[in-house]
Design a binder for this molecule. Structure first.
Ligand code: GUN
Ligand code: ZN
Length: 437
């Protein structure tokens, strides 16, 4: 669809006016504006407040989109997703290590072909936007072509994406392996070409400890030292067999996290997918290094990996963002992911309110990705990425929404029942980039 610039949006807005340190602070930070106005200029928010206060400053020919019956929230943030796994979502029968060998690796082989990578990058970005995801931290394949294709697709929409070429030089099929030298040279080339270009950001991306030699992890650490504002993304403590394997491969390291720490890969911009079976020392290590967890609810269930302990993460004061982890994850939808997260909490007798869930998907996600100074809520000056949610997206959803007497209950039902159908419009950089058919 064609992008169209607008001056503003009127409707019902829900966001968080400030960062929440403790769960008891959610009520103070949540901001609901029943008839609001959001004014935009050059992709940024220039005014936000009540329609009654803002209307007077509108020029006569102002171009305003109105959504009186919908709910407008900041764009969703997916903290961990694999671009080259879209086509193997919902693959039957295996847990992590067999699933990688049987499904993920064969799919990823195709992305050395730049034409295929470009075609799939367009599909992938469109699918993110259809689901209301406006920012994502993305794994590509070992081929630099896959990262180039993804960055190009995001750049065309001026979308904020963190991504990187995967590094893996052992324990995978030969045509998916690089070397420490290629890992360094290709990553450097991509960093120089894309990092901080417009809204693009680069993440050094060792797949996980078992698929990198110590030499390659050392190269990853070297890149992190050479470019101090890079991100790092990988997997940590997802599956018990995987953890056992890491112990065998790195007998000198005291834990799985210690492998990454030893090579200089922990830190405030380091995002660790899963973190389900952490030991006490690893929780402490994540806190001490200010590292971040990507909680992947649908994937953790689908691959039978385990139940993430969100309560523990709160207690340990470790930042957590929500993530789809497609294609181990079974949906591109952050709403669906939050719904599965709620059930994971239920199985552990933990609470997960709709307000906390919305926070995790927006401002909390921005904090997890160290982007909260740029996006995540409707604060003036921030980047204008937001989504319009439809409480009557399906006949059942409409029936349920009619019964809602509070905005929190409406939001809860939207989250539990929601998916891509719930997202009626997505805006990136102040432009409409997706409109539901
Ligand atoms: N661990 C290493 N690679 C992967 C992957 O592609 N998906 C998931 N879920 N876990 C991984
Ligand atoms: Zn993953």
């Amino acid at each position: 669809m064609r992008n169209s610039a607008i001056d503003g949006v009127r409707g019902r807005f829900l966001d968080f006016s400030e960062s929440v340190e403790k769960r008891s602070d959610f009520d103070g930070a949540v901001r609901y504006v029943e008839d609001g106005l959001l004014l935009l200029k050059e992709g940024h928010i220039v005014w936000f407040g009540d329609w009654s206060e803002g209307r007077d400053q509108l020029l006569e020919d102002a171009h305003i989109h109105e959504y009186p019956d919908q709910l407008i929230v900041p764009g969703f943030i997916d903290c961990h997703i694999h671009f080259p796994q879209a086509e193997i979502i919902a693959a039957y029968g295996e847990q992590l290590l067999e699933w990688l060998n049987n499904y993920a690796f064969p799919a990823e082989k195709q992305y050395g072909d730049i034409a295929y990578s470009r075609e799939m990058a367009e599909f992938f970005v469109a699918e993110l936007l259809r689901n209301g995801t406006t920012t994502a931290a993305v794994f590509c394949t070992v081929h630099h072509q896959s990262a180039e294709a993804l960055f190009a697709a995001a750049q065309r929409r001026n979308m904020r994406i963190i991504a990187g070429k995967v590094l893996m030089d052992r324990n995978a099929p030969p045509d998916l392996l690089d070397t420490p030298e290629i890992a360094y040279d290709d990553s450097r080339m991509l960093i120089e070409k894309y990092h901080n270009q417009g809204r693009l950001l680069y993440a050094v991306t060792p797949r996980f400890a078992p698929t990198s030699t110590p030499d390659q992890l050392a190269v990853a650490g070297q890149l992190m030292r050479e470019y101090p504002d890079l991100y790092m993304q990988t997997h940590l403590s997802e599956n018990k067999e995987e953890i056992q394997w890491v112990q065998e491969l790195f007998p000198d390291r005291k834990s799985y996290l210690d492998v990454y720490e030893y090579f200089g890969l922990t830190g405030p911009r380091s995002i660790f997918g899963h973190c389900i079976h952490l030991e006490d020392g690893e929780w402490k290590g994540l806190y001490d290094t200010d590292s971040v967890i990507a909680f992947c609810p649908t994937s953790n269930l689908f691959l039978g990996s385990g139940l993430f302990d969100l309560e523990r993460a709160r207690k340990e004061n470790v930042r957590v963002g929500v993530a789809t982890d497609v294609g181990g994850g079974t949906s591109f939808s952050i709403l669906t992911s939050l719904s599965e997260a709620y059930k994971i909490m239920q199985l552990q007798k933990q609470k997960f309110s709709a307000i906390e869930a919305l926070y995790m998907a927006t401002l909390g996600g921005a904090e997890a990705l160290s982007l909260d100074h740029l996006l995540g809520n409707f604060e003036v000056g921030k980047e204008a990425d937001f989504v319009v949610l439809d409480p009557a997206a399906t006949v059942l959803q409409a029936k349920r929404s009619e019964k809602s007497e509070t905005i929190v209950d409406l939001l809860f039902a939207l989250m539990i029942m929601g998916d891509d159908r719930t997202v009626s419009h997505t805006y990136v950089d102040g432009r409409l980039v997706h409109k539901r058919e």
